[in-house]
Write a protein that binds this ligand. Structure first.
Ligand code: PMP
Ligand code: GLN
Length: 384
């Protein structure tokens, strides 16, 4: 195996989901919903397969209907205008978009500044691009972006800022103040920005998600990434997209075409129909997940965890020291046998291992009765 892949191992999501299957535990680890997305979208996919019109390679940049649905979505929710023919690229999930964007924009030796804990594919893809990651650590209890630390992390070799809001795993949603500061820094230091906004519709408590591309000077330097997985509860479909200038889309496309070329033929028209759903769909999705957040936060606090209430995503973080443990990895390896529940240790998302050690992430994108049962099991197994 090539040196640049050393240490990347097996993703924690695969490890913990396999453990859940092996032990029959409730999986609050890997983030995927346990209910289906909108039935009109599911029917559209079935129809697309049956029609025989979408079972061969779609166009490399994605079918026109989906590219237009993406630009209509950016306009409707954020008043951002993109040209569906030159400024959108459909990808195999956000994962491929992240990989292709980093491969396209990072030269060997370039530095990529990113918020840690990182979503795990960031570190791997920066490494595959030959780049160096430079972390800016989010710390409990607030997990805010430290703007001085961010400024200090940018050096002469920094090429890209890699941003994620709403942020996995902490649930931090960057505030307008933080976003303006990121934008100002990117402009001042002439940096490219890759922003992963896959949880764009999961921001709670009335604080809206604001795309970084909407800040002054950002439209032309920002590669915005999102996907259908979270918004429409189809994490297995792997339909993602990139919005950026024609030059940046062209660069990302150059890498993307040799990774998968294309993917998801019949899912593309189905996601196009889903993106056009009424605002009420998006509101109900958010409200339902906010209620699940409240349910799991209250339940875990009752069990005795220190709970950090997330402002977005479908994950929440706890500190396990309040229950007498100090190592989240050990805790998560012990948990399925002891309680029949799976969670994800934060430590694997950090370079600063001490910062992540006592933290554990829980997914709440599950049916209420599953969350209640998980809390019940944890209470029985852990309460002292
Ligand atoms: N970015 C973040 C922050 C994520 O949590 C995920 C997980 N699903 C992805 C990207 C990958 O998205 P996709 O499944 O669309 O590839
Ligand atoms: N995004 C999901 C999570 O953070 C899982 C994605 C994956 O398994 N790669 O849990």
């Amino acid at each position: 195996m090539a040196a640049r892949l050393h240490g990347l191992g097996t993703t924690i999501f695969a490890e913990m989901s396999a453990l859940a299957v092996r032990t029959g535990a409730i999986n609050l680890g890997q983030g995927f919903p346990d209910t289906d997305g909108p039935s009109s979208m599911l029917e559209a996919a079935v129809g697309a397969i049956r029609s025989g019109q979408h079972n061969q390679y779609p166009p490399g940049i994605g079918i026109p209907a989906l590219r237009t649905a993406v630009t209509d979505h950016q306009k409707r929710f954020y008043d951002l205008s993109y040209d569906p023919d030159t400024e959108v690229l459909i990808t195999a999930g956000a994962t491929e978009a992240i990989a292709a964007a980093l491969l396209a924009l990072v030269e060997p030796g370039d530095e990529v500044v990113a918020m840690e804990p990182y979503y795990d594919s960031y570190a791997a893809c920066i490494a595959m691009a030959g780049g160096q990651r430079v972390p800016v650590t989010l710390r409990p209890p607030e997990f805010r972006l430290d703007l001085d630390a961010l400024r200090a992390a940018v050096g002469p070799r920094t090429k890209v800022l890699l941003v994620n809001t709403p942020h996995n795993p902490t649930g931090t949603v960057l505030t307008p103040n933080e976003l303006s500061a990121v934008a100002a820094l990117a402009c001042e230091r002439d940096l490219l920005v890759i922003t992963d906004e896959v949880y764009e519709h999961l921001a709670y408590d009335g604080a809206p998600h604001v795309p970084l591309a909407s800040y002054p000077g950002m439209r032309e330097r920002t590669v915005t990434i999102s996907s259908a997985g979270k918004t429409f509860a189809v994490t297995g479909w792997k339909i993602g997209w990139v919005c950026a200038t024609p030059e940046l889309v062209d660069a990302v496309k150059t890498a993307k075409q040799f990774l998968t070329y294309v993917s998801g033929g019949p899912f593309q028209p189905a996601v196009a129909t889903a993106l056009a759903l009424d605002d009420s769909y998006y509101v109900e999705l958010r409200d339902s997940l906010q209620a699940k957040r409240n349910l799991l936060c209250a339940g875990l606090a009752d069990v005795g965890f220190e709970v950090f209430v997330p402002q977005g995503t479908y994950f929440l973080t706890t500190d396990v020291r309040s229950l007498g443990y100090d190592d989240g990895v050990e805790f998560c390896r012990m948990l399925p046998e002891r309680c029949g529940v799976v969670a994800i240790p934060h430590e694997v998302f950090y370079d600063d291992k001490t910062a992540g050690r006592p933290l554990v992430r829980w997914a709440f994108c599950k049916r209420d009765e599953v969350l209640v049962e998980a809390v019940d099991r944890l209470g029985r197994g852990l309460r002292r």
